[in-house]
Design a protein around this ligand. Structure first.
Ligand SMILES: *Cc1c(COP(=O)(O)O)cnc(C)c1O
Ligand SMILES: [Zn+2]
Length: 406
């Protein structure tokens, strides 16, 4: 549903719902204002179940009207049980939320779907973003499908797979000689000079709402119940905090049975400003990223402090995962569940293991782990335990190799 107002999360100041991301009074983030009386009257489990098999089935809780191709995705990704993985990590039940089955193989298709709907509504002809890779893929693809020009800013030196999976859609990438945070600063300065829809700058208030649909889907796919915990990789903290908001909004509308889940966040040790703030019970201070988990390498996370607040409010936590455990964790999930996730997934698995080690999760718990991106974009990260053996096309030689005697 389109919204009329944005409200500052910090000072409560209200603005007309235009392409602005921050409060001019206090620089706080702006969020869409929904008509809760109207929602209480019109949203039900039945109305949602009658919707398209995509995130647009929750359109009334999103700040944009559904596009013409709402039925074709993204979202409504599979939620599948992973019993062998659950046994390996020592948790009662684990469900994997397979966001690698989105059109560009990461959760970023969700946020870009909402931002692009707004860009078209506002009449922009250019879609732009600052990205660590996955967002670039999603913006490139959605811009192509919508007839928009795409211009994307990434730190120079990103994985070739991610760059190619963006330029294939006709997008232009500027590889900025610096970190993600340098890109971010550059694009914030540019934003005032151009009339573009920049998904994580002037469209951020709308864009970030797309992440709530992860919570909505988890609840619906568990038969309108909450899990005990959700494990989430943390970059800027946008997804983590909006997933919480999604659970809260479903509770507010009386759509969900059960207590709200505890949210466990993971960061790679080489870029863990939020985990450090949680551990030391202080505000987030920026760091310079040195991590293999490039998709969540954000040293100055916009929603870092709110992530720490939500971790406390939900009874969860945010943990740093050692760099040398990320590849092993990717392999553990692949070997026990048949799912090949990316660096951020290795980090989520590591955070789950950390929570188990601390006794915070165990045999009594039903846990959802977000698999937010595919390992195929960063194949070099996984520690493969299988083998590749070259042989002659000769059955006797093969039998000898296999140790089979005729
Ligand atoms: C962007 C991203 C995240 C984290 O997103 P934030 O909202 O910035 O915290 C997690 N996983 C993957 C694969 C991503 O691309
Ligand atoms: Zn404000």
């Amino acid at each position: 549903m389109s919204v009329d107002l944005l409200r500052c999360r910090k000072c409560g100041h209200e603005y007309p719902a235009t392409a602005t991301g921050i409060c001019s009074a206090c620089f706080g983030p702006l969020e869409p204002v929904y008509d809760w009386d109207e929602l209480a009257r019109t949203v039900s489990r039945e109305s949602i179940e009658a919707g398209p098999r995509s995130l647009w089935r929750y359109a009334q809780l999103l700040p944009a009207d559904p596009p013409a191709d709402a039925a074709s995705g993204p979202g409504f990704t599979p939620l599948v049980p992973a019993p062998r993985f659950a046994a390996a990590v020592g948790v009662g039940e684990v469900y994997l939320k397979l966001d690698l089955s989105n059109p560009t193989h990461s959760f970023k298709d969700r946020v870009v779907a909402v931002a692009t709907a707004k860009a078209l509504e506002f009449g922009f002809d250019t879609l732009s973003a600052t990205s660590t890779g996955n967002l670039a893929n999603a913006v490139g693809a959605r811009a192509a499908a919508s007839g928009l020009r795409a211009i994307i800013f990434c730190p120079a030196g990103l994985e070739l797979e991610k760059l190619r999976a963006t330029t294939v859609y006709g997008a232009t990438i500027f590889g900025v000689r610096g970190s993600y945070d340098d890109c971010s600063r550059l694009v914030s300065e540019l934003a005032g000079e151009v009339e573009w829809g920049i998904v994580n700058v002037n469209l951020r208030s709308y864009y970030s709402e797309g992440s709530k649909t992860l919570a909505f889907e988890i609840v619906e796919q568990l038969g309108w119940e909450t899990p005990d915990a959700v494990v989430i990789p943390v970059g800027s903290g946008s997804m983590y905090t909006k997933v919480w908001k999604g659970f809260q909004q479903f509770e507010q509308l009386g759509l969900v049975d059960g207590a709200l889940p505890r949210l466990f966040g993971g960061q790679a040790e080489g870029c863990s400003p939020v985990a450090a703030a949680f551990a030391e019970d202080r505000r987030v201070t920026p760091v310079r990223p040195h991590t293999v988990a490039s998709s969540i390498a954000i040293g100055n996370p916009a929603d870092g402090d709110l992530t720490v607040e939500v971790a406390h409010a939900s009874g969860g936590g945010v943990y740093a995962v050692p760099e040398d455990e990320i590849g092993q964790s990717i392999s553990l999930l692949a070997e026990t569940a048949g799912i090949f996730g990316e660096g951020a997934t290795g980090v989520a698995v590591g955070a789950l293991r950390a929570a188990v080690e601390r006794g915070e999760l165990g045999e009594r718990d039903r846990v959802v782990l977000l698999v937010t991106g595919t390992g195929l974009k960063t194949p070099q990260l996984a520690e493969a335990s299988g083998a590749i053996v070259e042989i002659e096309p000769d059955v006797d030689a093969l039998l000898a190799e296999l140790g089979v005697t005729a």
